[in-house]
Design a protein around this ligand. Structure first.
Ligand SMILES: NC(=O)c1ccc[n+]([C@@H]2O[C@H](COP(=O)([O-])OP(=O)(O)OC[C@H]3O[C@@H](n4cnc5c(N)ncnc54)[C@H](O)[C@@H]3O)[C@@H](O)[C@H]2O)c1
Ligand SMILES: O=C(O)[C@H](O)COP(=O)(O)O
Length: 531
């Protein structure tokens, strides 16, 4: 039974779902904050469910020898070293929508808090001061709201702004004009947003491009008296520059939910007039926490129990419905890749994957990942569908994909062509109704070969006695032949043989086999299949 560790505070719903779906679960909500204790325990688990408090560093990932999936009950995955997880073949998934409304509402709440100085007015009133003249606010209606990042949360904030009769400007390089029109916002460049906005709210992810997007230069371009709201990520604003802008009066107020360093227990913004601070509460409503806990537990259990993948950051999605149909073709793609990976000894420069007939209608991203995993595994044993695409990229392999309608006798097949500096190789295969992979063409030569765990592949002359030679050598060395497939391009031309053996072909008799003048090459192969 797979085991999952929940190392941050999650709704009890998650624990119940794991149990109901056949996953053993340890709920240790404070463990995420204790780096050493987490490091000591992580090796026991197949899955890790987190929020933002657990920092999943490369060190932790390297200690997580059994880990297959990291599930983020929330949106931001900047606390997870995704490249490190991908290299180790660990899926990272999040719940991209579960807390969006709640976070958007927090941004709107902070906008009102700033406009009417609610926290200070509350503190003063409860202190018995009744400072009616001190708290002169500003009206929201008719003001310009600048939304930076108009994705899930930003677009909800934008539409709430429109509902509040604000004029909404949006800066987002990936926002289409059509979507902007649908939302009722004006799509602008950042340099246009800065001088026009009365309120600026941030909703981008934290990337190298967005880090410090609000800095001294940006403040210089803004309207005097602008108010800033940040419910996205701390590092988007350079806090030291914000402090200066508040002191100078350029910024009339800032409402900050997220900080450069969290937990933020000491921060230059604390204690400043017109600063409203909340402790990363954007996602903290009962509703949002139910949503993300339920979703992350379902997604992780689906993956660990059924192999279905959804909302993964580093792997194509595979729905629970398509997983059973796709599974034999994933194996097929993997063994095709494994064949080429084992017979190719020079660096691979290009890989072309052709999907014919029914395979072209499948989830080809997943099939490509499987083919690449098979291809790279002879060099890197623990590569999988998550790590293979990134490794192929790191190796500079140029990948291309072709899809086409059924073109031959098979309902569909997959063909892989690999180019090195010296040669081009290709192999094609299909799955029969028994769900087992078959090789149907190698080097352009047709054959029908069952795929076994142990195989021997030869290229040879199309001459009498080859079957006898191979049979005799296998027999002499007590290797039983389960199946034998032959093919040739023309009588007397190039021929191949593929033997499916009950055990590995002994390396020490390869020289004897290769010494026969009719044999051009002989290569023992192994495949991860159960026969
Ligand atoms: N405070 C909280 O508790 C809380 C809760 C949920 C999410 N978040 C954070 O909110 C942010 C937004 O989340 P989301 O779900 O809306 O993400 P999203 O991916 O749906 O939207 C992000 C948008 O930012 C845009 N973007 C990317 N780079 C940009 C750039 N350089 N300039 C402008 N726009 C850019 C993208 O095109 C996208 O539309 C994330 O940082 C997330 O981690 C915080
Ligand atoms: O990215 C998110 O989903 C938010 O930052 C929420 O973080 P939390 O789950 O730690 O509250």
């Amino acid at each position: 039974m797979p085991r999952v560790l929940v190392s941050d505070k999650l709704s009890p719903t998650a624990v119940q779902i794991f149990k109901d779906r056949g996953v053993e679960v340890d709920y240790l909500p404070d463990l995420g904050k204790d780096k050493e204790a987490l490091l000591a325990k992580i090796g026991e688990y197949d899955g890790l469910a987190i929020r933002s408090a657990t920092k999943v560093t490369e060190k932790l990932i390297n200690a997580a020898t059994n880990l297959k999936v990291i599930g983020r009950a929330g949106i931001g995955v900047d606390n997870v070293d995704i490249p490190a997880a991908s290299r180790r073949g660990i899926i990272v998934m999040n719940t991209p929508f579960g807390n969006s409304i709640t976070t958007a509402e927090h941004a709107v709440a902070l906008m009102f808090a700033l406009a009417r100085q609610l926290p200070e007015a509350n503190a003063s009133t409860q202190a018995g001061k009744w400072e009616k003249n001190r708290f002169m606010g500003t009206e929201i209606t008719g003001k310009v709201l600048g939304v930076i990042g108009c994705g899930n949360i930003g677009s909800i904030v934008a539409s709430r702004g429109v509902g509040l009769r604000m004029k909404v400007l949006a800066y987002d390089p990936f926002l289409s004009e059509a979507r902007a029109t649908e939302l009722g916002v004006e799509k602008v460049e950042l340099d246009e947003l800065f001088p026009r906005a009365d309120f600026i709210t941030l909703h981008t992810p934290m990337t190298d491009k967005t880090r410090g997007i609000i800095n001294a230069d940006a403040f210089a371009k803004m309207k005097k008296g602008v108010r800033i709201i940040n419910c996205a990520r701390g590092g988007l604003i350079v806090e030291a520059d914000l402090v200066e802008a508040l002191k100078s009066g350029k910024v009339a107020g800032a409402a900050i939910d997220v900080f450069e360093t969290e937990p933020a227990t000491d921060n230059p913004l604390f204690g400043m007039e017109n600063v409203v601070a909340t402790p990363h509460l954007g996602a903290s409503t009962t509703e949002a926490q139910e949503n993300v806990a339920l979703q992350v537990a379902e997604q992780m259990a689906d993956y660990l129990v059924k192999g279905a993948v959804s909302n993964a950051i580093n792997m194509p999605s595979i729905t629970a419905e398509e997983a059973p149909r796709l599974k034999p073709f994933i194996k097929l793609a993997e063994v095709l890749g494994a064949f080429v990976g084992q017979v190719t000894e020079e660096p691979i420069q290009e890989v072309e994957i052709l999907f014919d007939g029914q395979t072209a209608t499948m989830n080809t991203r997943a099939l490509i990942s499987a083919a690449l995993a098979g291809l790279i595994r002879p060099q890197v044993a623990d590569v999988n569908m998550v790590s293979a695409p990134i490794m192929a990229k790191e190796r500079g392999i140029i990948l291309s994909e072709i899809k086409r309608d059924k073109s031959g006798v098979f309902d569909g097949y997959i063909s892989i062509t690999v180019k090195t500096a010296k040669q081009t190789r290709s192999i094609a295969g299909t799955c029969f109704s028994d769900g087992k992979p078959r090789f149907i063409q190698i080097k352009g030569i047709n054959l029908d070969a069952e795929v076994g765990q142990h195989m021997l592949y030869t290229t040879n002359a199309d001459a009498p006695g080859i079957i006898g030679l191979l049979g005799t050598i296998c027999g002499k060395n007590s290797v039983n032949i389960a199946n034998f497939a032959l093919g040739r391009n023309q009588p007397g031309g190039d021929a191949i043989a593929l033997l499916y053996l009950d055990g590995p072909f002994p390396e020490n008799v390869l020289a004897e086999l290769r010494s026969d003048e009719r044999i051009d090459s002989a290569k023992p192969l192994s495949f991860d299949v159960v026969n």
